[in-house]
Design a protein around this ligand. Structure first.
Ligand code: XAN
Length: 426
């Protein structure tokens, strides 16, 4: 039987809020029933005799929460990076996603995705599938087996797709969504459904109305895209002349979330003051995707502003606008693009610190999943064990320095252990 109470001993680093990182050497983290009891310099007397995994000098950090990625696009990650969003969708993304009508292709591609995500730094994720019900269910089955905690969405899109990637009507799209929700209800421990209208240009008003009804019936969270690219924003303005900003195109149907059942909106590169105010009111989670925004030449989101305004904010790899599945890489990317924005766009918004970007990848995004993303008491115990012995250095480094180097230099081979909700993944 799995022990329900155990401790891990090593060098522990975690955020306590968006500004502060705690690092403790030779510390014990005690986990009970999947949750953190606390981090201690010595094992407290009441826990004497529990199993202790001593990881020596290795770092123990909270698991990474990827707020935005597309599983079907993993098949072309690292390719076709020289287009902007709308051309990239039509020429590359939609043709690839159409292939998931073929379950044998879906099985091959999704098996690679699920295994690579299992071995990555990600412990929780919110994932787009495609519009296909069967392939989405297959992805859910595969992700369930990884032990990672994920939200997965069957995509809705009934306009502006391609001949082989578009649902026939709003009625068909909503009907397929109900079939998907019914098929998968109560089936999984680790996987939950999330409503996924692709973005406003992909969904008719009739479909948005039908999804809003499903959202209310099933109390589902929502994920979509928002204010990513200037041509996209101009298009939404044409499609929805009754709205004054993009976010309203979701909100008018009740699909912009609410504080008790929030929506994740990916990108938010060009959100106006009014859009930011509404995001705050509705408790929207911003999924900042710096690598994708660079690859698709979309722009640089004003993340410092979102932090200052106290919006919920996390990071997304946005596979395959983003080319790397690594959330550690996403932390470094977020810091780097914030420096370029500061120098080239707006010198009033200071660049992100390591503390802030690490917080976004762990606690910031983790809040979407519950009490997740840190080692404070009663948070779910999601952890990574990181071995940096391969990153040689002539003199001893502080724990914070070692963490920073791992963020900038490590790859999956440095991840020697991974826990989700107290369960050992590897
Ligand atoms: N808008 C999108 N943006 C993006 O980065 N990736 C997508 O697949 C997509 N669909 C709509």
């Amino acid at each position: 039987m799995k022990p329900t109470t155990f401790a891990i001993r090593g060098t522990v680093c975690f955020s306590t809020d968006s500004q502060n990182l705690t690092c403790l050497e030779n510390a014990f983290i005690v986990c009970q029933d999947g949750r953190t009891v606390g981090v201690f310099p010595e094992l407290p007397a009441q826990f004497e005799g529990i199993p202790v995994e001593d990881v020596g000098d290795q770092l123990i950090i909270p698991g990474m929460n990827d707020l935005h990625l597309h599983a079907p696009q993993y098949a072309f990650h690292g390719m076709y990076m020289d287009l902007e969003l709308l051309e990239w969708l039509n020429q590359v993304t939609f043709p690839e996603e159409a292939r998931y009508a073929d379950l044998s292709y879906a099985e091959k591609a999704y098996s690679i995705f699920a295994e690579d995500l299992r071995q990555s730094a990600t412990t929780r994720a919110s994932i787009f599938a495609t519009l296909h019900v069967e392939a989405t269910e297959l992805l859910m089955d595969l992700m369930e087996k990884t032990g990672l905690k994920t939200y997965i969405g069957k995509v809705n899109m009934d306009r502006n797709g391609t001949a082989d990637l578009q649902e026939k009507s709003a009625v068909v799209s909503a009907g397929d969504t109900v079939r998907w929700l019914t098929d998968t209800a109560g089936k999984y421990e680790n996987v939950k459904p999330i409503l996924t209208p692709r973005f406003t240009p992909s969904c008719t008003d009739e479909l948005m109305n039908a999804l809003a009804e499903l959202q209310r019936t099933y109390r589902l969270p929502v994920q979509s895209h928002l204010s990513e690219n200037q041509s996209e924003i101009a298009w939404v303005h044409e499609l929805c002349p009754n709205t004054s900003f993009y976010g309203e195109a979701y909100d008018q149907f009740g699909l912009f979330g609410s504080p008790d059942c929030p929506a994740i909106m990916a990108h938010c590169v060009y959100s106006s003051d009014a859009e930011i105010a509404l995001m705050k009111k509705r408790g929207v989670f911003v999924a900042h995707c710096p690598q994708s925004n660079t690859n698709l030449s979309s722009g640089i989101a004003p993340v410092r502003r979102y932090l200052e305004e106290d919006l919920h904010i996390g990071l997304g790899t946005d596979i395959a606008g983003g080319h790397s599945l690594s959330m550690l890489r996403a932390i470094a990317d977020a810091i780097q693009v914030s420096k370029l924005r500061w120098r080239l766009v707006d010198d009033s918004l200071k660049p992100l610190s390591l503390e802030e970007a690490f917080y976004m990848a762990t606690m910031g995004g983790g809040a979407f999943f519950g009490k997740v993303g840190t080692f404070l008491e009663d948070y779910e115990f999601d952890a990574l064990i990181l071995d940096d012995r391969g990153l040689r250095h002539p003199q001893p480094l502080t724990a914070r320095e070692r963490l920073e180097r791992l963020i900038y230099l490590s790859d999956d081979r440095c991840i020697t252990g991974k826990y989700v909700s107290g369960n050992k993944i590897f």
